[in-house]
Design a protein around this ligand. Structure first.
Ligand code: UDP
Length: 470
């Protein structure tokens, strides 16, 4: 029922390369203090998937730096059956204010939820020692908060998703989940507006997510490597050099696997490229991204690449295959001139680092990165693109608003206004100078606010706070 996910080890000193001297000294001092203060304590992190999606992405990196800094940070995933993951996907959708499959959240669902939680808890609690700290991420493992607390751990419930203005659907999810998370000592949300009614206000902390500047997803990549990776992956045939990158654990990696492309013909090497990278999820609005582009961006040089994971690989996302199919059908129905310029890419997922390197290459190759989500907890893809100096066109929702400002990208007010999104893309493609200015400012914004050191130091503050309550 539970699996231990191997965590790499990365040296926190690495950040000297990207942070100003003062910021990196402050971080390294915090790492030193953490090593001393957390000696003998295990920092457990529990979620439901080792790959796919933003939480897995962050855990892989943050935990590696914690381990590299001498803190015993670990990662455990819980499994479940199809009923469980349909239910948790429903909860996930409700937490975004959407009905998902429209199914109920009643007694039968509580039974499904508790059955998985109890089985996972019976495997995990024997490993917990008094004083261990457990971060429980998102709805899937929420049912473990109580058992872990009883086993002697300090428990932090970390909710990565939410809605700017609560509606009835999200309240239903809160009511379903609240009894499970209430035993936690502290509640962490990505934005203050996501904090649930009924949780103790003085035990709520806001911690925005972050990206890892050195991971295969975000590390520097020379233009010829970008071209070679996109060629080998079958996305844009252009160049045949080395496809090497550095893995999360610091060892060398190479891109070998190909994406499955749905397209008339490959994107030309000299195309202006617009990219959205997202799981196959309706809340990322693949159909809107495709339609708005097809209807409003008419330059023959402009191509849209909508990339997501190869769907069968993401265990906790039963809707993935359906949504990819919907996108494919929408693409199939486009008029010929537009259809030629829209490409769907299902990226290989056998090797998480390789997948990340392909995403990195795609984002760097992009002239513009789009994140036209209808709901978004944070939107790591936005920070990833900004860190690469890309101009972003995104919707003014959720955590995207915390990242993109008027000086660092373009925000479209109404997520359902496809014309506004398409026109914003078209205008930026016409004005590469503006795109470059926005991109350069975007990179500085990420350096100041959205890298791992800020995130890890906020966690350390919470751990200290929990200790001070003893
Ligand atoms: N991602 C990826 N490969 C894919 C699709 C997405 O590595 O084929 C990554 C993406 O780069 C980002 C994360 O998955 O790091 C998605 O996080 P985000 O916060 O944007 O959205 P979520 O999936 O958590 O809703």
């Amino acid at each position: 029922m539970i699996s231990h996910v191997p965590v790499g080890s990365m040296l926190p000193e690495h950040f000297q390369e990207v942070l100003a001297a003062e910021a990196s000294a402050k971080f390294l001092q915090a790492v030193d203090e953490a090593r001393r203060e957390l000696g003998g304590v295990v920092i457990w992190n529990i979620n439901s998937t080792p790959k796919g999606g933003g939480v897995a992405e962050m855990l892989r990196s943050l935990l590696a730096y914690a381990r590299g800094g001498g803190v015993d940070a670990r990662w455990v995933t819980i499994g479940g059956n199809a009923d469980f993951f349909h239910l948790t996907k429903r909860l996930h959708n409700h937490l975004h204010g959407a009905p998902g499959d429209g199914g109920p959240l009643g007694d039968a669902e509580h039974a499904v939820f508790e059955d998985v939680a109890n089985k996972a808890a019976s495997e995990l609690t024997p490993l917990i020692e008094e004083g261990d700290i457990v971060l429980v991420h998102d709805p899937q493992p929420a049912g473990l908060c109580g058992p872990l607390k009883e086993a002697g751990a300090k428990v932090i419930w970390r909710c990565h998703i939410g809605l700017d203005r609560a509606n009835d659907l999200i309240r239903e999810a809160w009511d379903f989940l609240r009894p499970y998370v209430e035993p936690a000592d502290e509640f962490v949300f990505s934005r203050l507006s996501y904090a649930w009614d009924g949780l103790p206000k003085d035990h709520i902390t806001v911690v925005p997510p972050s990206i890892d500047a050195f991971s295969p997803k975000n590390q520097e990549m020379e233009p010829d490597v970008v071209r070679a990776i996109l060629s080998v992956a079958g996305i844009i045939p252009d160049g045949d050099g080395a496809t090497t990158f550095t893995r999360v654990d610091g060892t060398p990696g190479r891109v070998n696997n190909r994406a499955v492309m749905h397209e008339v013909a490959p994107t030309p090497a000299d195309a202006k490229v617009v990219v959205q990278v997202s799981r196959w999820d309706r809340l990322k609005d693949p159909l809107g991204v495709i339609k708005g582009f097809a209807e409003r961006v008419d330059s023959p040089e402009a191509h849209l690449i909508y990339a997501g994971p190869a769907v069968e690989e993401v265990a906790d996302d039963p809707e993935g295959a359906e949504v990819l199919e919907e996108a494919r059908v929408a693409w199939e129905a486009l008029p010929p001139g537009a259809k030629d310029r829209v490409h769907l890419a299902a990226l290989p997922m056998q090797d998480g680092d390789e997948n990340a390197a392909i995403v990195n290459a795609l984002q760097r190759r992009a002239d513009i990165v789009v994140q036209k989500s209808i709901a978004e907890g944070f939107g790591l893809t936005v920070a990833e693109a900004m860190w690469k100096g890309r101009a972003v066109v995104a919707t003014r929702i959720g955590g995207i608003q915390d990242q993109v400002t008027d000086d660092t990208g373009v925000l479209v007010d109404d997520p359902l206004d496809l014309d506004a999104y398409g026109d914003a893309v078209a205008a930026l493609l016409e004005d590469p100078e503006r795109a470059a200015t926005l991109g350069a400012a975007a990179k500085e914004r990420v350096r100041d606010h959205f890298l791992g050191p800020r995130h890890l130091m906020q966690y350390l503050d919470i751990f200290r706070e929990l200790k001070s309550r003893d």
